[in-house]
Design a protein around this ligand. Structure first.
Ligand SMILES: *Cc1c(COP(=O)(O)O)cnc(C)c1O
Length: 394
């Protein structure tokens, strides 16, 4: 990792920032590609690329050879098209009829979760004189989106009759592939294979089949099929404690700030809102300009830790909207010393799992919660060379 002060091309930029190593993201994609062999890789960049920044990450994934991009919302896909990305983009989420012309105008790939939606897509495409690219969505045990596996034949039949739809893919989603017990995931995979056997039985070409999220990629090689859809794994983070990383991937994001203020807090003088923290002896305390208004969970109050001068230090009192106080006890720190909220400093490291455990959530939420008020700074490690660039939050 480069020394972070070298990354601050503009001293006037807010000291609280996220640093993203695009080179590492590219290497993570390569590691996944090697692991899945012949299967294609769709890079999932929804939710601002898990907090890493939608457009810069998508550009990097395309550069590194992703076969497609996956997002949750039409809005995310349109931002990518407006940024000049021409790679296939599958939108996982549900669709409203009024959105259909926008999907089609931008040549986005739609998810058809029912016969009704498929017919709407067909009608919209006919009206625009075009052919819609569609992936059929089968619910094999998540009860979220998609036609149930036990009535899916209706949707597959309907997809043969519509004239303005090209069915490029058929997919499902695991509910429990990150668990130690994989029996439910295996059951979902079996159900999916049964649905898809429709094509073979009728001697029809089978569309691209996909079901594996990050956990499926790691734990169920038989689920890789024609395409995999890694999200959290692309960002170098494990899907769960039960599902360890077995690939050469590494985190690419660090969340940093600096010491904005230093003081000594006297015994009996409580710290922050609600006066929930008080010392019986004098302590050194610093104030750091990050808070729940940036997505640093308030649940970290009196629980979280940060790194300063290579040491872990606890948060004292409640997390405010824009600031936190950190207890150094007898440690030292000076104005503008680097504070690491997430990432490594010296020998120490705070992972998304650490923050998630302290706040009572999962690493996915830690990453996606870092909001647009926090500037993203991009750099690229590739051996010796480190290139710097700074882009706005999107
Ligand atoms: C979010 C999402 C993924 C990626 O999930 P990870 O657990 O982050 O790998 C894949 N497929 C669909 C449909 C999703 O919504």
């Amino acid at each position: 990792m480069p020394v972070s002060t070298e990354l601050f091309p503009d001293e006037s930029m807010r000291p609280t920032r996220v640093e993203v190593d695009l080179g590492q993201l590219g290497r993570n994609l390569q590691a996944i590609r090697q692991h899945v062999g012949a299967a294609g890789v769709m890079a999932v960049v929804k939710a601002n690329a898990y907090g890493h920044g939608l457009v810069p990450v998508a550009h990097e994934m395309v550069r590194a050879g992703a076969d497609g991009l996956g997002v949750a919302l039409l809005e995310e896909a349109v931002l990518l098209r407006e940024a000049g990305i021409t790679t296939p983009i599958l939108v996982f989420g549900g669709i409203a009829a009024a959105q259909l012309p926008i999907f089609l105008r931008h040549q986005l790939t739609l998810t058809a979760p029912s016969v009704e939606k498929l017919d709407l897509i067909d009608q919209a495409a006919a009206a625009m004189g075009t052919v819609a690219r569609v992936h059929l969505k089968i619910d094999t045990g998540m009860e979220r989106l998609g036609i149930h596996y036990y009535s899916a034949e209706r949707l597959l039949e309907a997809s043969l009759r519509v004239r303005h739809v090209q069915v490029e893919g058929i997919y499902s989603h695991f509910a429990n592939a990150d668990a130690a017990d994989l029996s439910h995931a295996r059951l979902q995979l079996t159900r999916f294979h049964e649905v898809v056997s429709f094509y073979e039985k009728r001697s029809l070409p089978t569309p691209q089949r996909h079901i594996a999220n990050s956990a499926g990629i790691l734990q169920l090689p038989e689920s890789h099929l024609d395409l995999v859809r890694p999200g959290i794994l692309l960002y170098g983070v494990a899907p769960s404690r039960e599902c360890p990383l077995r690939l050469a991937v590494a985190p690419a994001l660090a969340w940093k700030s600096h010491v904005a203020y230093f003081k000594v807090v006297l015994p009996g003088h409580p710290v922050s809102y609600g006066s929930t923290w008080v010392s019986d002896h004098p302590v050194r305390m610093v104030t750091v300009p990050v808070g729940y208004g940036d997505g640093y969970f308030r649940a970290l109050s009196n629980k979280g830790q940060v790194l300063i001068r290579g040491q872990r230090h606890p948060i004292a009192g409640r997390v405010c909207m824009d600031q936190i106080m950190v207890n150094l006890e007898w440690g030292t720190a000076y104005y503008r010393d680097e504070v690491v909220l997430l990432g490594s400093q010296g020998e120490e490291r705070i992972t998304p799992e650490d923050l998630a455990d302290w706040a009572g959530t999962i690493s996915y939420e830690v990453l996606t919660n870092i909001n647009a008020r926090v500037p993203r700074v991009y750099y690229r490690t590739c051996g010796e060379e480190t290139a710097l660039s700074s882009l706005p939050a999107r």
